[in-house]
Write a protein that binds this ligand. Structure first.
Ligand SMILES: [Zn+2]
Length: 83
């Protein structure tokens, strides 16, 4: 129960949640720094978006990509509750 409660608290803190559970590869992410992020976090050998598959991990959790995008947006535009 503690992990679920921690997850719910994390969702409340950041203001959004991902329910995808999908993995994305670097080739599906065209922005250079996000593509590098995906490569560094790759843990699955198949991309759920383009279905490309390799023998080594090529796909990172889509939630990790969303989290980084949210961090950048929050840094750039601030807290949306204050707009
Ligand atoms: Zn892909």
């Amino acid at each position: 129960m503690g992990r679920v409660k921690d997850y719910i608290n994390e969702i409340d803190r950041r203001g959004w949640h991902d329910a995808t559970g999908r993995f994305v590869c670097a080739e599906c992410v065209h922005e250079k720094f996000l593509s590098a992020l995906v490569s560094s976090l790759a843990e699955k050998d198949t991309c759920d978006f383009c279905q490309r598959s390799e023998k080594q991990p090529i796909a990172a959790p889509f939630s990790a990509l969303l989290l980084r995008l949210a961090e950048v947006a929050m840094k750039r535009y601030g807290d949306v509750d204050r707009v």
